[in-house]
Ligand binder design. Structure first.
Ligand SMILES: [Zn+2]
Length: 471
């Protein structure tokens, strides 16, 4: 922000790299400030923000102080029952730029609250905003807490936000708004960087084609239309299309919803990203090779309409650097072979399998631009506490990564499938997804939604997806 003065951030040198990283994201990237950091060993228990010739703003610093000497120790995690509500005072409330609740959780309440307020202090916030934001976006707790589900994934119930019932609130965004409200309460006239809400649909193309895949799958699918769906007309139609496909007509594949998805995105003034599995690493991976002419045609159509092709590493890759690299190389070489221009590649791990921080480190090493895996498979909402994109952090090597995270807010099956939230395509499912979308809208954030091409086989499924895009 060119018309703001340079902000000074005064902090203790504990967790220097982590503090620099989170200041850079929050104060630099999100709020758009020029700032300089001054680390001083005498400045403990608070982070002070200062502008030349003006009173200062003090913010509690607890997590970093505590974690510095016992990094990744379970004792540094917030306990469910130690979290306290922080009451947003009327003075700050009148300066809120967006609607945030009157109470926000303080994940790291101070053990010894400081009562020595400096004379030049305008406002002291007894809530650890920067520590909690770092804790949430770095996924620190996932590197400490070993709980995993049957696919080796960190489940929502093991997360602190899950335990507090806060996954539907973008709590991290609330912290940023609280910080901003405190800043303009101290320094009226300050300006922040402008943001706009984005709807970002993406599609994991686990199965690019039904008819080009294994015959058992085709038979199972056809039988399903008769036995499960009891739709003899759909059966007849699909069986006839299978024959047509076998005779060389590729436009009749029920899994090929690429054009339909691009059309829906264009009607909502956005673009779709289509993520493909390049190498089979497990029986749960893709059934059709990327060398298949069917896939080549899909890629050319996606590229022609200016949508995005990305990477969906297979089931066994999430903790294997060589496998991530090899799949990324394969995607790049196929793009080149098909005459599709070279650009940055992003994507998502198959089955949302993710190991903090190894997977991010491996994505970075493979030169990938962004990942969008970080939502819980069993529960929609805000796994990282935020609806903003952010640079990732390696909590083991204790360094920032260039890799960006676009946290996943909604995956289709998370909401609809019986083994997850079990809401089907009901109005409850629609209202729930719409409320998450509105939460992203509130903060001018990103509503990232994953919808599979294989979940669009019926008119009802298509209507539901369309209604979410226009919600
Ligand atoms: Zn997948």
């Amino acid at each position: 922000m060119h018309d703001n003065d340079v902000l000074t951030v005064l902090a203790s040198p504990s967790c220097r790299a982590e503090k620099s990283y989170i200041f850079d994201w929050v104060l630099g990237e999100i709020l758009g400030f020029n700032y300089r950091i001054s680390f001083s060993p005498t400045h403990r228990a608070a982070i002070t923000l200062a502008l030349p010739g003006k009173q200062t703003l003090r913010i509690q610093d607890q997590f970093f102080e505590n974690a510095d000497q016992q990094w990744l120790n379970p004792q540094t995690l917030p306990a469910h029952n130690s979290v306290v509500d922080f009451f947003i005072t009327p003075k700050i409330r009148t300066h809120r730029s967006v609607s945030i609740p009157i109470h926000v959780p303080n994940l790291f309440p101070s053990i010894n609250p400081t009562d020595t307020e400096e004379d030049d202090c305008c406002l002291a916030l007894d809530i650890d905003i920067f520590g909690a934001l770092f804790f949430l976006v770095s996924r620190y707790e996932e590197a400490v807490n070993p709980t995993r589900d049957q696919h080796d994934r960190f489940p929502s119930g093991a997360s602190i936000l899950g335990q507090l019932g806060l996954l539907d609130r973008a709590v991290g965004n609330e912290y940023i708004e609280l910080l901003w409200a405190a800043m303009i309460s101290c320094w009226p006239g300050l300006k922040r960087k402008h943001r706009t809400f984005r709807s970002l649909p993406s599609h994991d193309i686990d199965h690019p084609s039904l008819f080009a895949g294994p015959i058992q799958r085709v038979i199972r699918n056809l039988a399903g239309t008769l036995i499960k769906q009891k739709q003899p007309m759909v059966f007849m139609n699909r069986a006839a299309n299978w024959l047509r496909f076998k005779l060389g007509n590729c436009d009749v594949d029920p899994f090929d919803q690429i054009d339909w998805l691009m059309e829906q995105s264009e009607l909502s003034n956005t673009k779709s990203a289509f993520f493909y599995i390049p190498e089979k690493t497990h029986p749960l991976d893709a059934s059709v090779s990327l060398e298949s002419p069917v896939v080549k045609q899909q890629w050319l159509r996606i590229d022609q309409r200016g949508h995005e092709i990305g990477y969906h590493p297979g089931y066994m890759t999430y903790a294997n650097q060589a496998a991530i690299q090899s799949g990324a190389d394969r995607i790049r070489s196929l793009l080149q072979q098909y005459g599709i221009r070279e650009r940055e590649i992003g994507g998502r791990q198959h089955y949302l399998r993710w190991q903090t921080p190894t997977t991010a480190r491996n994505w970075e090493a493979a030169g990938l631009a962004y990942d969008s895996t970080l939502g819980f498979a069993d529960r929609s909402g805000f796994r990282c506490g935020v609806c903003f994109e952010f640079p990732m952090y390696d909590v083991e090597e204790r360094r920032p990564l260039k890799l960006r995270q676009r946290p996943l807010v909604v995956m289709d099956s998370t909401v609809t499938a019986d083994h997850y939230m079990g809401l089907g395509l009901s109005s409850d499912a629609y209202n729930y997804i719409k409320s998450l979308k509105n939460e992203c809208r509130t903060f001018c954030g990103d509503f990232t939604i994953l919808w599979h091409n294989t979940e669009l086989l019926t008119l009802q499924q298509k209507d539901f997806y369309r209604s979410i895009l226009s919600a």
